[in-house]
Design a protein around this ligand. Structure first.
Ligand code: ADP
Ligand code: MG
Length: 331
C-alpha cells in the first residue's frame, strides 16, 4: 500500500459503461484514499444522487459536505456539481460578480448554463472539479485543500466529449478567460496528476466499450490509470471438476446422485439433470469471464478486479471493495 504522497495522481476520473458500477467504484475509491489519511473530494456531475445512495446519506448539495471521517484522520467530502452554481461561483471568483450574479440569475441570463451548448455546460462542470484540485489553504504555508479528488464521471459513451474541453469551447471562445480556463483544465487532464479509471464487467459488451474508450482517450492524449473489472465472480469448481461438468461426464452424474443420497435427499433424473445444467452454466459463465479478463490483461494498462458482492452493496460491504482498491498500486 502506498502513502498519501507516493502517487502523483490528484484527480481520479471514474467512467465505464452505464450500470457497470462507476458510482459504487468511485465511492469505494474515495473511501480507500481516505483510509490512507487523505482528505478526498468525491464529486458527481449528473445530479443523480448516486453517491448519496451508495453511502446512504442525505442528498448531496452544491456545497461541499463531509460525508465520512476515517480513524486515520482522512475524510471524504461530497459534492454534487451543478452547471448553474458552477457558473455563478466562477463569475464571483473571476469578476467579483457576487451581486451581479444574483441579478443575472433573476433575469434568467444564466439559463444559458443549462440550455445552451452542452459543451459549455461540460466545461463548467469539469471546471468546478479543476478548481477543487487546485485549491490551496489560505495563509502563509499553502497546501492543497484536497489530497485527491474522485469524480463519478459520465459513462464511456460520453467521456471523450466530456473531457475534451478544448474542442468544446473552441466554437464559443478563441481567446479570453474561458479559453484560458479550458487550456488549464486540459493541461491538468493530460498530466500525470490525472488518472482515468474504466469500470467494466467481465462481459463482452462492456469490455468492448472499454477497449473503444481506451482508443478514444488515447487520441485525446488522456491517460488511462486502470481498468477496474467489477463484479468478478469466484469460480467455485477446480479446473478438472469444471471440465468434467462441462463434458457431462457420467461420473459426475453418479457422484452427484451418491452425494445427494448420502445427505438423505431423494434424487431423480429431473433433479440431477437440473443441477448438472446449473453446474454447466456456471462453468460456461466462468469461461466467458476468464476470456474477457484475458483480453483486458493483454492491454498495456493495470487491471484490478473487484469481487461480486452477493448480498449487494447496500449491506455495508462497500468497505470490502475499498479494502481491495487500497491494496492496488498506482492509486
Ligand atoms: N461489486 C459489486 N457487487 C454487487 N453489486 C454491485 C457491485 N458493484 C455495483 N453493484 C450494483 O450494481 C448496480 C449498478 O451500480 P452503480 O455503481 O450504480 O453503476 P453505474 O454508476 O455505473 O451506473 C447497483 O445496484 C450496485 O449496487
Ligand atoms: Mg452511476
Amino acid at each position: 500500500m502506498t502513502g498519501p504522497s507516493d502517487s502523483p495522481v490528484r484527480l481520479h476520473v471514474v467512467t465505464g459503461k452505464g450500470g457497470t458500477g462507476k458510482t459504487t467504484v468511485a465511492t469505494a475509491m474515495a473511501l480507500a484514499l481516505a483510509a490512507r489519511g487523505q482528505r478526498v473530494l468525491l464529486a458527481e456531475v449528473e445530479g443523480r444522487q448516486g453517491l448519496a445512495q451508495v453511502l446512504d446519506v442525505a442528498p448531496l448539495g452544491t456545497e461541499e459536505r463531509t460525508l465520512v471521517t476515517d480513524p486515520s484522520g482522512g475524510e471524504v467530502v461530497g459534492l454534487s456539481v451543478d452547471a448553474k452554481t458552477a457558473l455563478l461561483e466562477y463569475l464571483q471568483k473571476f469578476y467579483k460578480l457576487g451581486r451581479a450574479g444574483s441579478i443575472l440569475e433573476r433575469v434568467g441570463a444564466v439559463d444559458f448554463a443549462t440550455t445552451i451548448a452542452p459543451g459549455v455546460r461540460d466545461v463548467l462542470l469539469i471546471g468546478r472539479v479543476y478548481e477543487a484540485v487546485g485549491r490551496v489553504t489560505k495563509g502563509a504555508k499553502k497546501r492543497p485543500v484536497f489530497d485527491s479528488v474522485v469524480l463519478d464521471a459520465p459513462p464511456t459513451g460520453r467521456i471523450g466529449r466530456f473531457l475534451n474541453v478544448n474542442a468544446e469551447v473552441s466554437d464559443v471562445a478563441k481567446v479570453g478567460p474561458v479559453r484560458n480556463q479550458a487550456d488549464s483544465i486540459t493541461r491538468l487532464l493530460q498530466s500525470p496528476a490525472t488518472a482515468i479509471h474504466l469500470v467494466t464487467l467481465l462481459e463482452e459488451m462492456p469490455v468492448q466499450e472499454t477497449l473503444d474508450a481506451i482508443d478514444e482517450l488515447g487520441t485525446l492524449s488522456l491517460r488511462v490509470g486502470s481498468v477496474i473489472a467489477n463484479g468478478v465472480r469466484q469460480p467455485i469448481l477446480t479446473h478438472d471438476d469444471a471440465a468434467a461438468v462441462a463434458d457431462q461426464d457420467p461420473r459426475v452424474h453418479e457422484a452427484l446422485e451418491a452425494a445427494l443420497t448420502a445427505v438423505g435427499i431423494k434424487t431423480g433424473p429431473a433433479l440431477v439433470g437440473g443441477l448438472l445444467q446449473e453446474g454447466a452454466d456456471h462453468v460456461e459463465r466462468a469461461r466467458l469471464q476468464a476470456e474477457q479478463h484475458a483480453i483486458l490483461q493483454a492491454l498495456d494498462v493495470p487491471v484490478h478486479a473487484l469481487p461480486h458482492l452477493s448480498d449487494g452493496v447496500e449491506s455495508g460491504e462497500l468497505g470490502l471493495l475499498a479494502d481491495v482498491l487500497a491494496e492496488q498500486e498506482g492509486l
